[in-house]
Ligand binder design. Structure first.
Ligand code: ZN
Ligand code: ZN
Length: 503
């Protein structure tokens, strides 16, 4: 059984409700990258699993945008330092295109996720706090400060300071949370800010108080009745935010914490530069979309949770595409295979096709895009497949061209040298025997025969590998290459004859 279905089953069996809630969330403190995406996709698959069991379920995504701005990430002007300590929604967009710093990164990610066909119910922590949604939880946490400290101190070497409180407060004058707070009981708080401002507020009316992270997390589970929320390794150390939030949920908010497995990290494989969110290189879903079809990105994230996902930018990309195509054929019953792979396809697919699309492999396309001009590619693929007895529909061709654009980008930006093909013009010393062989070879190419027939005849001509090696050397300066007849047709038979005759 796929892990998503396993967790779905656990949720339904252990929590037994009318409607379930699957939650995800992140702080939009900078570029939301592909590691963060594992969170939303993990949650999403469990959501699909619960739906499959015929249950009602809500999938919500909370932007933790009431969090303080902690530090200026690379790529953001240094002058933003002056905003440190303010909530992310109160800081201007460094790029000037959205209403706030938070919104900028939120919108970018929401657009990306939408391209993967995923539409959670988005919520903003800032708006929830502004609406006063958590007012009662704030009061409860303040009243039980001692108990919360006890829970947190269990895992701390050094206990929290005596005057610790489970909340932060954003100053009404400077907007920062550099405030010393005193809880006066009921809904009353007095504070003094580093900027010199001081005041006494009723936090039912003045909504500038925020629960500290671990308490905040637990408060949210209780408020929304969350049933499932997985999280990354960074939250899962002993006594880390997960462990303590679980205890706070039970003991402070009297809520049975959600089921929440840990997921491993995401790594890039075969990427020359290191992933860096500062440079914005490759770290985002948008970057992945340049070389992976949207369902294939989803497919990547269906892998086991306790395994690091390696996103391939090297030749392994062929394997991922092939595995996906295989899962699709299994899904449509065209090939035998395990149920797990079939389920992975179900979780990955965005469109529901009536029949299995006829696919051209990614590896073949990486080769074709190097020779066939873009405007001729559609017809070329159509004829090529026809010569194999496969009639491509318009949809098949659309999908092929989409895949071809990814293949092209991959070739231009990530492919290892060995797959890049150029028509060689180098002088090569040949023996008489080899010249004879090439002459015979040219004769075959001059015949008006199909690519498949050409391949067959070349094969007959070559007793052993010699003609193949020779041709690859002459044509592309390598000892091996793609299917020779295809290479010839891709280059164009006339050009090949010209090159072979001129040697
Ligand atoms: Zn913007
Ligand atoms: Zn202040």
């Amino acid at each position: 059984m796929h892990w998503a279905d396993n967790f779905a089953k656990q949720v339904v069996e252990n929590r037994n409700k009318e409607e379930y809630v699957v939650e995800s969330g992140i702080t939009p403190s900078g570029i939301v990258h592909i590691g963060n995406a594992r969170e939303i996709l993990t949650q999403y698959y469990v959501y699909l699993g619960i739906l499959k069991l015929g249950k009602k379920v809500k999938f919500q995504y909370i932007w933790d945008d009431f969090d303080r701005f902690r530090k200026v990430p690379k790529g953001i002007p240094a002058k933003f330092e002056k905003y440190i300590g303010m909530p992310l929604t109160k800081i201007p967009d460094p790029f000037g295109c959205h209403n706030s710093y938070a919104e900028h990164f939120e919108f970018k990610f929401m657009e990306e996720i939408l391209q993967l066909g995923i539409k959670p119910l988005y919520l903003s922590a800032s708006k929830l706090y502004e609406k006063g949604s958590f007012t009662e939880n704030i009061k409860l946490a303040l009243e039980k400060t001692e108990k919360i400290m006890e829970i947190l101190n269990k895992f701390r070497l050094e206990p929290l300071p005596e005057d610790w409180l489970p909340v932060n407060l954003y100053c009404e004058r400077c907007g920062k949370d550099c405030t010393k707070i005193k809880y006066l009981g009921d809904y009353k708080i007095s504070y003094k800010c580093d900027c010199g401002f001081e005041n006494e507020i009723d936090f039912r009316k003045t909504r500038i108080v925020k629960l500290k992270w671990r308490v905040d997390w637990a408060s949210r589970w209780a408020y929304f009745k969350v049933d499932f929320e997985s999280s990354g390794k960074e939250h899962k150390s002993r006594g880390g935010s997960w462990d303590t939030s679980v205890l706070i949920s039970k003991e402070i908010f009297d809520y049975k914490p959600p089921i929440g497995p840990m997921y491993e990290f995401i790594h890039l494989k075969g990427q020359k530069e290191k992933m860096s969110s500062s440079a914005g290189n490759i770290a985002t879903i948008s970057q992945l979309l340049k070389i992976f079809e949207p369902p294939i990105i989803r497919f990547l994230y269906t892998q086991r949770l306790n395994k690091t996902i390696f996103i391939p930018f090297d030749l392994d990309i062929y394997r991922i595409y092939n595995d996906f195509d295989k899962s699709e054929r299994i899904y449509f019953g065209l090939e035998k295979g395990n149920d797990e792979l079939k389920r992975k396809y179900e979780l990955s697919k965005i469109e529901d096709y009536e029949t299995c699309p006829k696919r051209i492999s990614f590896s073949e396309l990486t080769f074709l895009v190097q020779f066939i001009p873009e405007e001729k590619l559609r017809d070329y693929i159509k004829n090529l497949m026809k010569s194999r007895g496969i009639e491509m529909t318009n949809l098949d061709l659309d999908l092929s061209l989409e895949r071809a654009s990814k293949a092209k980008y991959w070739i231009e930006n990530y492919a290892p040298e060995e797959v890049k093909i150029k028509l060689s013009s180098e002088k090569i010393d040949l023996t008489e025997e080899q010249r004879e062989l090439l002459k015979k070879f040219i004769k075959i190419i001059k015949k008006p025969i199909s690519t498949e027939e050409l391949q067959k005849q070349i094969f007959e001509l070559s007793k052993g590998k010699e003609i193949f090696e020779l041709c690859y050397r002459v044509l592309i300066g390598k000892t091996h290459g793609p299917k020779l007849a295809m290479l010839i047709d891709a280059i164009g038979r006339e050009k090949v004859i010209e090159r072979l005759s001129g040697i």
